[in-house]
Design a protein around this ligand. Structure first.
Ligand code: AMP
Length: 216
């Protein structure tokens, strides 16, 4: 199953992707995660990407398209994959189509997770991640038992550099201007499915799998 997850930053794409990889045993490919790792490792790619990411702007298309082209060649993508955070604009969506056409393996669905602006602001400014195990928390909706400490592994919780309020505003603006049109692009292609991104994580997940398994 080849999927694209769409939705504003904070809509819950990463959370749903993690549940989907468990159910379908296919990898999640997150350009944001790949770029953050490159930044942490201090690679040339990371150095190029960091300035854009810190400002909440998109990293140039040529960079992320190159990342995806290489990643999709790996063996674990044979059974399918979940793209999370890519494509981020229509040019990336078209480049992906071209790549998949040459591999004769089109996308099955683009799932859009829809959430209001106010809700997104709370979700993003409240987001904290464990340095040790990657577990995510939200100080408003799902706080850890002890402030700043992971319930699961005792690791330290941190706020992503691009989850600060100013950067978040910028990221949401970039989303409206550049990424929201990708939804229309997939609608026209007839593979778009929209899911309200409110309610519990499991409610949203159940809606997604009922679409994927054609029970919805
Ligand atoms: P994310 O974790 O998906 O919210 O991505 C964090 C940041 O990485 C974004 O604000 C962008 O600066 C960059 N980024 C991630 N994916 C892409 C992409 N497909 N195109 C351009 N920039 C990206």
């Amino acid at each position: 199953m080849r999927l694209v997850l769409l939705g504003a930053p904070g809509a819950g794409k990463g959370t749903q992707a993690k549940k989907l990889i468990e159910r379908y045993s296919i990898p999640q490919i997150s350009t944001g995660d790949i770029l953050r790792k490159a930044v942490a490792d201090g690679t040339p790619l990371g150095k190029e990407a960091k300035s854009y990411m810190d400002k909440g702007e998109l990293v140039p298309d040529s960079v992320v398209i190159g990342i995806i082209r290489e990643r999709l060649k790996e063996n674990d993508c044979k059974k399918g994959y979940i793209l999370d955070g890519f494509p981020r604009n229509v040019a990336q969506a078209k480049a992906l189509d071209e790549m998949l056409k040459s591999l004769n393996s089109p996308l099955d669905f683009a799932i859009s997770i829809d959430v209001s602006f106010d809700e997104l602001m709370k979700r993003l400014t409240g987001r904290r991640t464990c340095k040790g195990c990657g577990q995510m928390y939200n100080i408003y909706f799902s706080p850890p038992k002890k402030e700043g400490v992971c319930d699961k592994c005792g690791g330290e919780l941190y706020q992503r550099d691009d989850d600060k309020e100013e950067t978040i505003r910028k990221r949401l603006e970039v989303y409206e201007a550049q990424t929201a049109p990708v939804i229309g692009y997939y609608k026209e292609k007839g593979i778009l499915k929209s899911v309200p991104g409110t309610g519990s994580i499991d409610d949203i997940f159940n809606k997604i799998i009922s679409i994927l398994e054609k029970r919805g």
